[in-house]
Write a protein that binds this ligand. Sequence first.
Ligand SMILES: Nc1ncnc2c1ncn2[C@@H]1O[C@H](COP(=O)(O)OP(=O)(O)OP(=O)(O)O)[C@@H](O)[C@H]1O
Ligand SMILES: [Mg+2]
Length: 487
Amino acid sequence: MQFGATTALSEVSIAFEPGEVHVLAGANGAGKSTLIKILSGAYPSYRGEIRVAGRPRRLSSPAVARALGIATIHQELSLVPSLSIAENMQLSLTGSALGLRSRARERAFAARVLSLVGLALDPDTRVERLSLGERQLLEIARALAQDANVLILDEPSSALSEPERLRLFSEVERAVQRGAAVLYISHRMEEIYRLGQRISVLCDGALVLTRLASELDRAELLRAMLGSARPELGAARPLSRSAGEKAVLEVRGLCAGQAARVEGVSFTLGAGEVLGLAGLDGSGPSVLLRALVGEAKLTAGEISVLGQRYLPTGPGRALGRGVAFLPADRKASIFEELSVVKNASLSALGRFTRRGFVDRARELRAVSELSARVRLKAPSLTSSARALSGGNQQKLALARCLLAGPSVLALEDPTRGVDAASKLDVYAAMADALRAGLGILLYSSELEELMALCDRVLVFFEGRVVSLLTKPEIGRERLLAAMMGAP
Ligand SMILES: Nc1ncnc2c1ncn2[C@@H]1O[C@H](COP(=O)(O)OP(=O)(O)OP(=O)(O)O)[C@@H](O)[C@H]1O
Ligand SMILES: [Mg+2]
């Protein structure tokens, strides 16, 4: 598969067996999503042959792939936010026998599908009101409901919380038991070995190995994924120096949000500190982060940035006051039709403007330095952001936040979809920022990340901070217990 000068996939021969989870691994930009898109009919112009149940088939459109029993959950969510859950379900089924149904049956069907993944939601709820995790579960449910022979999941767990992830695993196991072939993409070692019977690794568009999971150890897998020489992966160290230096952010008695809300949140973020935020979906971190930039309604409380009172009124102005927010949903932050440079410098144009003109050379230099820092893999800095793989779009969004030169970085799952090696690049960029005196608020759906990077973690439960854990106490069990509301 060729995109201009980029060969995204070449000469790949691979087989997926019924009743087996086959994990597809590989660094960001290796070609995983490209392969998935071909198998789901989204890239009909591929070369080569594909056999489904032994017969050669031309996967010329998504409808053709679906009709052949291939259900796909893409890396980027494909739900329509302004439609209800039930309507979104029907969208994926049009063309099939289920196309014409009464509204009541439509709702009943949606309710059954929701129950597959343990979502207790009203089918009439509009998708825009759901959290990212709920949307991802909904997407998964929709594919499961097709009872497909081939189930393809492209990083399905990246926005899910721990319990949601367990739910997903058991559904995947169910699909395997009824004989489906499951193709699963993940960057998480734990998940790869927990689910996968067989593992294939792609590197720069080529298949480098296929092996039974029981015959491939982690070190070898990492080496295969990284291909060329890369430094040994040491464990990530806590980034923070110590709290209590100069405060960059102070929050007192903050209440915010409507349906999902936080109440009475107070904390201080020091310069050079990473303060972790933990909690189940909807428990508060996401509302808190949005309240800090004016995307969630503030109902009470006080915020100061660098000792100055600050009233958030929207992301643009928040940035002017030194607060940068990176949302978990890339779709909300990346403009696919704009170039990589434009995307990166969007919030920092003022820095490159001289007498009303943007100094393009300086802009390009700054963006290219930062791209190198986070090891952004892009065909070129002037190509459109659409040409970037999922993990690289995420790095681009982070680069934009850093380029704006904020005092406070509010990060919501910043390494979502970022491969194991690139995570260290992201951590290194965060460490640079800390050395420059920024404070970082970090929400992560990966407990390991909070444990590795934070000296202190605020744990939310039902909108309130229920505990503040400090370094030696930040263990998996303690975190999970607090997140579930255990005293
Ligand atoms: N529409 C496109 N135009 C140009 N290049 C593209 C396009 N889509 C993908 N590419 C390039 O193809 C290569 C493979 O991308 P792909 O999305 O398959 O990676 P991936 O393995 O899924 O990575 P990730 O883990 O980051 O999701 C990358 O170098 C990417 O930049
Ligand atoms: Mg991908």
